[in-house]
Design a protein around this ligand. Structure first.
Ligand code: FCB
Length: 459
């Protein structure tokens, strides 16, 4: 194994999780239902019929999980706060038992010398708000800001790093267009309105975080590295539409204060109805951030394709005349995702080229791989492919930093195997194995490898 990549002093090594994927305890201490409870309990939605009802039982086992983080040596832990624990119906007074859980978690982290990094929204919208229109309606953005103010009021003094939204692309487009995530809708304008209201919600939440005096605030995006299947003009134009839908719809308003100039060629008639955009929204959305969170897993090969639905009135927002092609000649993870670390470097350097000084410092808030892990008879998990994946992506990240991208931290996804959304428990992303029958945690080789990498930067 080649030597570890080395990072500058002060670089943050972390690990990440999300509330619905690990907590369980969905009916405890006053938590209300979220769209993921509803969705996962709808027959046929989740592989294996899995739900987050128990998950990793982290709600009860968090001290043990924090001990795993402490032994790993991470400087920071990224977790998310379940909105329906704080406001069971998405509005109204705070549920103190819900707040208390996160307060205890934060205290446990601080006692272990780990900086908490809190995500306010990792997809578990209170179901009551979905019943009022969800992210299709502006009210949800306003409710999100009110919830943010409640949480920040209780935790701002102890949580230095705040992430408003995790991967709004998934919330808007997987949730309201593809229908593979909660709430499972397949819409055109509804999904575009959702995208905009998520950005408005981010802007309003940034204001609430500033008012609470937090040290650092930003957003996490899953940015795609889209590559043309061939050099044809048609495939290159397809990449522009894919970039618009995945990346520019977020980065242009957030970092440049404008809507993408490629939106009409991407969405045609769907985007001409813009009554959800209000004067002043761009200023709100483009408020300076202390960091940009980037989640990166894999590149996508894109080819030109006809609309899937010939009737424009029936098109969903992701029906943008492109299709995905296989990425040739590389290993693929258990997700079927191609492993191509150099595309991680390219994504980051191209982001810097596009936005220059308008690009805030970057935190990699997720990166990792799902592998078919097995616990051996002697209680070890030899996840060699994950170790290689992590090493090569950290090396690619270091290359981007050498090329001038200001990256301040890296959070591995994920501390624990967990509920991988529509794919249920079958896909394991953890550096710690979870036996769901016994809740036994077994650190994998990748955990030990990552711990050594972190230790090589100390002292
Ligand atoms: C990201 C999500 C995270 C996890 C990883 C594999 O899209 O933010 O919760 O599911 O993918």
């Amino acid at each position: 194994m080649p030597p570890f990549p080395s990072f500058p002093a002060g670089f943050v090594f972390g690990a990440a999780t999300a509330s619905y994927q690990i907590e369980g305890a969905t009916h405890e201490d006053g938590r209300g239902p979220s769209i993921w409870d509803t969705y996962s309990h709808t027959p046929g939605r989740i592989d294996g019929g899995d739900t987050g009802d128990v998950a990793c039982d982290h709600y009860h086992r968090y001290p043990q999980d924090v001990a795993l983080l402490r032994d790993l040596g991470v400087g920071s832990y990224r977790f998310s706060i379940a909105w329906p624990r704080i406001q069971p119906t998405g509005q109204g007074p705070a549920n103190l038992q819900g707040l208390d859980f996160y307060s205890r978690l934060v205290d446990e982290l601080l006692a272990a010398g780990i900086e908490p990094a809190a995500t306010l929204y990792h997809w578990d919208l209170p179901q009551a708000l979905e019943d009022r229109g969800g992210w299709r309606v502006r009210e949800t953005a306003e409710r999100f800001a009110a919830y943010t103010a409640v949480v920040a009021d209780h935790l701002a003094d102890r949580v230095p790093r705040w992430i408003t939204l995790n991967e709004p692309w998934c919330s808007a487009f997987l949730g309201y267009s593809v229908g593979r995530h909660a709430p499972g809708a397949q819409e055109g304008t509804g999904a575009l309105a959702a995208a905009h209201h998520l950005l408005v919600g981010h802007g309003l939440a940034m204001r609430a975080l500033r008012a609470a005096g937090v040290r650092e605030a930003g957003i996490t995006l899953n940015l795609d590295r889209n590559l043309p299947a061939t050099d044809s003009a048609a495939d290159r134009a397809a990449v522009v539409r894919a970039d618009t839908q995945h990346n520019l719809v977020w980065t242009e308003p957030l970092l440049a204060g404008r809507y993408p100039d490629t939106e009409t060629e991407t969405w045609g008639e769907l985007i001409t109805r813009q009554d959800f955009r209000y004067d002043g929204d761009l200023e709100l959305i483009a408020q300076p951030m202390d960091f940009l969170g980037v989640n990166y897993y894999r590149p996508t090969v894109v080819a030109d394709a006809p609309h899937r639905e010939s009737d424009p009135a029936l098109r969903v927002a992701t029906d943008n005349r492109f299709t995905e092609r296989p990425y040739p000649d590389v290993r693929h993870t258990a997700m079927g995702w191609p492993v191509a670390p150099e595309t991680f470097t390219d994504l980051l350097t191209s982001l810097k080229e596009t936005y220059g000084d308008a690009l805030p410092p970057v935190h990699i808030t997720e990166n990792g791989s799902a592998e078919p892990d097995e616990v051996t008879a002697d209680g070890t998990v030899h996840d060699t492919d994950r170790v290689t994946y992590l090493r090569d992506h950290l090396t690619a990240l270091r290359t981007a930093m050498d090329a001038g991208v200001d990256v301040r931290g890296y959070y591995v996804w994920s501390l624990l195997d967990n509920f991988e959304w529509a794919l249920g428990y079958a896909k394991r992303f953890g550096i710690v194995h979870v036996d769901y029958a016994t809740q036994r945690r077994t650190p994998k080789d990748s955990y030990h490898w990552y711990g050594k990498l972190i230790a090589s930067h100390q002292g």
